[in-house]
Design a protein around this ligand. Structure first.
Ligand SMILES: [Zn+2]
Length: 467
């Protein structure tokens, strides 16, 4: 048996790993899009490094585009099997892939317009909305804990990782030459004591583990402070400075956490009397899905819902989908809070809001999650004084702040807790994926101290033999 890594290898996007059985069967774990890698991004996304027609089974860990975003290309290029995922992942992925396809088409239309003006031949998008629509009939929904037999030799089940709604670790059991091998793929691991989701679950002893490492070298601040942090930023920006608080937030997870925290401020009787806008059609849709999957909330939310039936709704909240309503926000001069996607400020309406508000020192741009190095969000967080948005340069005069405590990713304490259910001496190899290389090296040193022996940091397209 072999395993190969085709994305999220020494970087945090493009998650794609393949288990190769000796009989020729291949199991693809995730099929994510590379994002925010600068000039390399397109080339990485164009070349899988494997043949989609040779994949036997496709198992998806969760809906995030860096894990699911190349499924339309996989199907377009010949994958015909089922796509296994949890029910909530199917719901979220459907919305996210349609949105991603729309962006692919729009981006390429823009590029081609410029190419045509220079007399250059047009290029085609990675995939279209029609390609995305071919993915959805292939979804096979497998709930957490259900043992699913793929064939006589291969079975798998999911456990909750508490990262986003429906996120799962994949546990695969393979019989080969009379020997049983167990492999766990963590997907992305969430935090223990998340505000909305359940904590990551324990999982059975595995021979091989593929483990994410986004925050493998750092510790987050306590989650309990999120509503206080938000409150202080609203107070300073909107009440004292009479400015606008602009929050770039991922459509899945972060947006709902912010709404939940604002709702808590209302329950506590201290939510400032302002207008709060969620300005992103995608965030509005994903919030609806998260409201529909109350069976996945943790006990604290369930308890709260006995008193407050709508934990994501409060006075002053407006959900905006119409583009004209979005544009109208620019003309409003009063203090307000705008939550918009994307979280890295790389795409979507948030770019317009940042462009319109970045040169006013009364405003604050509040980053609420991980930002890839080349993204606009990362540039702002690094303190760059001038940034390019679309084709224009802007002076950064607004206050730039961040609430790191809101990360959906485990920090190293969480990751260590996640694998504490494993007897390290029985794990033959541990592969660290989904992290920056320097972070991964630090994380490896921590894991070595915990008794894990063979710890690899795979490079893109690297292949390893499994015993
Ligand atoms: Zn994720």
């Amino acid at each position: 048996m072999k395993i190969s890594f085709h994305g999220a290898a020494r970087t945090v996007t493009g998650s794609k790993h393949i288990i190769h059985l000796n009989n020729g069967k291949k199991i693809l774990l995730d099929c994510g899009l590379f994002q925010g890698l600068g000039a390399e991004t397109l080339e990485h996304n164009q070349q899988f490094g494997f043949d989609p027609t040779e994949i036997t089974y496709m198992i998806l860990s969760h809906a995030h585009i860096d894990h699911s975003g190349l499924l339309p290309k996989l199907v377009k290029e010949g994958y015909q099997g089922k796509i296994f995922c949890t029910p909530a992942t199917a719901d979220l992925t459907t919305i996210l892939l349609k949105d991603s396809a729309f962006i692919q088409e729009a981006d390429i239309a823009y590029v081609n317009k410029r190419k045509m003006a220079k007399g250059l031949p047009p290029i085609s998008p990675l995939y279209t909305i029609a390609d995305a629509n071919n993915v959805f009939p292939l979804f096979e929904k497998v709930p957490y804990g259900k043992h699913y037999k793929l064939d006589d030799d291969i079975s798998f089940h999911y456990t909750d990782t508490g990262h986003i709604l429906g996120s799962a670790a994949v546990h695969i059991t393979i019989k080969e030459n009379g020997k049983v091998t167990t492999i766990t793929f963590s997907g992305d691991v969430g935090r223990y004591r998340d505000v909305i989701l359940c904590s990551p679950e324990e999982f059975p002893q595995s021979d091989y583990i593929i483990l994410e490492s986004t925050y493998g070298n750092s510790l987050h601040e306590g989650i309990a402070n999120t509503d206080d942090e938000l409150y202080n930023h609203i107070l300073e920006t909107c009440i004292e400075n009479k400015g606008k608080l602009i929050i770039p937030a991922f459509s899945v997870g972060r947006t709902q956490e912010i709404l939940f925290a604002l709702n808590k401020l209302e329950v506590d009787g201290r939510l400032p009397d302002l207008n709060y806008y969620v300005d992103s059609p995608l965030s509005v849709k994903t919030t609806e899905i998260i409201k529909r999957h109350a069976e996945l909330y943790n006990k604290r939310v369930v308890r709260l819902m006995k008193e407050d039936k709508y934990p994501f709704e409060f006075k002053g909240l407006h959900m905006i989908t119409d583009v004209e309503d979005s544009k109208r926000l620019n003309n409003k001069k009063e203090p307000m809070v705008i939550i918009s996607a994307s979280g890295m400020a790389e795409a979507g309406r948030i770019k317009h809001h940042i462009a319109n508000n970045i040169e006013n020192p009364r405003n604050t741009i509040l980053m609420a999650g991980f930002c890839e190095y080349h993204s606009l969000g990362a540039k702002l967080m690094r303190g760059e004084k001038e940034v390019k948005i679309y084709t224009q340069e802007f002076q950064v005069k607004a206050n730039i702040a961040s609430i790191k405590s809101m990360s959906a990713h485990a920090d190293y304490d969480d990751l260590c807790q996640f694998i504490a259910c494993q007897k390290s001496s029985l794990v033959k190899s541990l592969f660290i994926v989904h992290g920056e290389y320097d972070v991964q090296e630090e994380f490896r040193n921590r894991l070595l101290k915990k008794g894990f022996k063979d710890i690899e940091i795979p490079n893109r397209h690297q292949i390893f033999n499994l015993e």
